[in-house]
Each structure stands twice: as structure tokens, then as C-alpha cells.
Design a protein around this ligand. Structure first.
Ligand SMILES: Cc1ncc(COP(=O)(O)O)c(C=O)c1O
Ligand SMILES: C[C@@H](O)[C@H](N)C(=O)O
Length: 349
């Protein structure tokens, strides 16, 4: 019963088979191999546009480098107060952009920023004032850090506010596939057709061993990216092995099946917890469950081998705060989560 994080999951069989398939013999380095050329074209087919695609080793690097491509002196990046780039990346975006400031947008709803909240944050920043810095980008996370998913309308409304200050919209897609299958839309509809300018595409948490990419939907913005990525040490000499993973990931729609399975396991957990008297801190819309249960239940689960983490109190809005005998726990399902694990977890509540 391991629900610590999808970062704990292994690699999907299709990914490992593809790695084995491409492991022998020489191949041109630094992305000039046939497998990489094929996968880059697959990305363009999947996103229905001539996107610029660049691998990075981690999601943190993808986020920080994507935002660096749009960096401005005194730049300000607007994001959710609990955004991964704000809370969990050790200042990577601030560092890589050369000192941009991450400003949290208020007025969150269901763990997501809103267009109105962004409008207020933008209105609070005078234009043309060197003293106050200048707006540089807006970043949203899809699926969000709270297991919720931005609708296409919400993305479009946020982009419209960003557009009012001529800002690019970055999407942290560490769990992109989970959000995609949750909405039942196409990759193009959930990104550039809704106004997203640059995407951190995550494959690692959904069955790849280590496969992340920055995808620009505007080639002009990608003009210097290969230099930024090289300088940051994120150009793989053996890119064919990142590509092999992604070939296996995309093959026969594997990536969508693994995401659907993870989401289904999370939904099963969420429904079972509510049926047993628990409640959700945020709606379960992807593969993460944020449940408020009794502390004695959490203790019993851990004593029986369940692995999961509490969600920090400071990250829980006042109206959702657990009572003194309750705890908010984060349960993350992955492609590898067995249905029997969820059934055992629920039986111990
Ligand atoms: C929402 C989100 N974005 C980005 C990342 C960063 O990924 P990495 O840990 O590979 O740097 C994570 C990590 O799990 C994440 O949960
Ligand atoms: C830091 C922690 O949130 C990690 N990104 C995870 O999702 O497990």
C-alpha cells in the first residue's frame, strides 16, 4: 500500500522494453539519432503543431529553464502560493532566471489560481516602474499540486489576463497525462489552443524512468533555449535513451492508459474514504487524493504497512483545516497501483 508519491513508482513495461530495444550499438549523440528524431516528430504529431521540444533530466529543470526563456530584468512570475516552483524547487526558477521574483496569486479555488486573482495581482504591479520590477510570466500547474485540474475555460481566462500584460503562460505539466485524460481533451486543446506558450511535459511520474521535456509552441521564444539548456547541463549526450523511454511511453497510447489507471485508483480511494466518513480537502480530479481522516485511522493504516505523507497544515485553507483529532493526508496513485492495494487501504479505515 504505497501512496507516497508517483515519484516512487517504477518504470512501465513498455518503457523498459523500448529502452532494451534501443540499448545496443552505436548511435549519434546529443539528439542526432534516429530514435530522437522520431520522438520529436511524435511530439509534433501529438500536439498538432510544429513545436520545439527539449529534454531535461528533471521537472524542476524543465520549469526553471522554461521560465528562463522568458526572463526579464526584475522579472516577476505569478503562480499559486503552493506551486511547486514556489515551494519545492529550492529557488531554481529565481536562480536560473537571474533573480526573478515568484509572486503568489491570491484567491485560489480548489487549489488553483483564478483569472480574477491574477487580475488583482497584476493590478497591484505598476507598469513601467523599475522600482517594482516587471511582470515576466504566469505559471500554472496541470494537474495542480492539489490533485485538481484546470478546465479549458479556466486556462483561457488566465491566459486572457496574462495577455493583458503581454505575458507568456507556462504550464507545469509534471502530471500532464493525468490532467489530459481527466478532461478528455487533446494535448493541443489543453495547451496552445487554450493559450499556453510553453509546457513542462512530465513523463517521469507516469511510467518513464527519467523523461521530461520543455515544449515551446512559439518557435521564436525557443530561439536561445538550446544555449540555456546546455549551459545548465541538461543536454543529454545519450538522448536516445530519453527518446527510447518516450517511444515506449507514447506507443499504442500507453501514456494515456497508465494515466487513466492512476486516476481510477485515486478515484476509488477518494470515494471509499468519503463512504467511510472521511472528507476531501480538494476534489480528486487526477491521481492525487487529499483526504481528511481521523488520526487513529492514519495510525492504524501505517501500522499495517501503508506508506503516505501528511499534507502540511500551512498549505490547507482555513475553511478546510482538520479538527484536532483529524489529519490531512496526501495519497498518490500511479500506473503501478494495484486495485487490491486500494481495497486493503479502505478496509483498514
Ligand atoms: C507539480 C510538480 N511539478 C514539478 C515537479 C518537479 O519534478 P522533479 O522532482 O523531477 O524535479 C514535481 C515533482 O514531483 C511536481 O510534483
Ligand atoms: C515534492 C513533492 O511534491 C514531489 N514533487 C511529489 O509530487 O511527490
Amino acid at each position: 500500500m504505497n501512496f507516497a508519491s508517483d515519484n516512487w513508482a517504477g518504470a512501465a513495461p513498455s518503457v523498459m522494453a523500448a529502452l532494451a530495444r534501443h540499448s545496443a550499438g552505436p548511435a549519434p549523440a546529443y539528439g542526432n539519432d534516429a530514435v530522437t528524431q522520431g520522438v520529436i516528430q511524435q511530439f509534433r504529431d501529438i500536439f498538432e503543431t510544429d513545436a520545439a521540444v527539449y529534454y531535461t533530466a528533471t521537472g524542476t529543470a524543465a520549469n526553471a529553464l522554461a521560465l528562463t526563456a522568458y526572463a526579464r530584468p526584475g522579472g516577476i512570475i505569478f503562480c499559486h502560493p503552493e506551486a511547486h516552483i514556489q515551494v519545492d524547487e529550492c529557488g531554481a526558477a529565481e536562480f536560473m532566471t537571474g533573480g526573478s521574483k515568484l509572486v503568489s496569486v491570491g484567491g485560489q479555488v480548489n487549489g488553483k489560481i483564478t483569472a480574477d486573482g491574477l487580475a488583482s495581482a497584476l493590478a497591484a504591479l505598476p507598469e513601467g516602474s523599475a522600482m517594482h520590477g516587471q511582470a515576466a510570466a504566469v505559471s500554472i500547474t496541470q494537474a495542480s499540486e492539489h490533485g485538481t485540474v484546470y478546465s479549458l475555460e479556466e486556462i483561457r481566462a488566465i491566459k486572457a489576463q496574462a495577455e493583458s500584460r503581454r505575458l507568456p503562460l507556462h504550464m507545469d505539466g509534471a502530471r500532464f497525462a493525468n490532467a489530459l485524460v481527466s478532461l478528455g481533451v487533446t494535448p493541443a486543446e489543453m495547451t496552445w489552443k487554450a493559450g499556453v506558450d510553453v509546457l513542462s511535459f512530465g513523463g517521469t511520474k507516469n511510467g518513464c524512468w527519467c523523461a521530461e521535456a520543455v515544449i515551446f509552441f512559439n518557435q521564436e521564444a525557443a530561439r536561445s533555449f538550446e544555449y540555456l539548456r546546455k549551459r545548465a547541463g541538461h543536454e543529454f549526450s545519450k538522448a536516445r535513451f530519453v527518446s527510447a523511454q518516450l517511444e515506449g511511453y507514447f506507443e499504442n497510447g500507453n501514456w494515456l492508459q497508465t494515466a487513466r489507471h492512476a486516476n481510477a485508483m485515486a478515484a476509488k480511494l477518494s470515494e471509499g474514504i468519503v463512504a467511510s466518513g472521511g472528507r476531501m480537502a480538494w476534489p480528486t480530479e487526477a491521481n492525487e487524493v487529499f483526504a481528511i481522516i481521523e488520526k487513529v485511522q492514519a495510525d492504524r493504516l501505517r501500522q499495517n504497512g501503508a506508506v503516505f505523507h501528511p499534507w502540511p497544515e500551512h498549505a490547507i485553507p482555513a475553511e478546510l483545516k482538520p479538527s484536532e483529532n483529524e489529519i490531512c493526508v496526501r495519497l498518490v496513485a500511479s500506473f503501478a497501483t494495484e486495485s487490491t492495494e486500494t481495497e486493503r487501504f479502505l478496509s483498514l479505515l
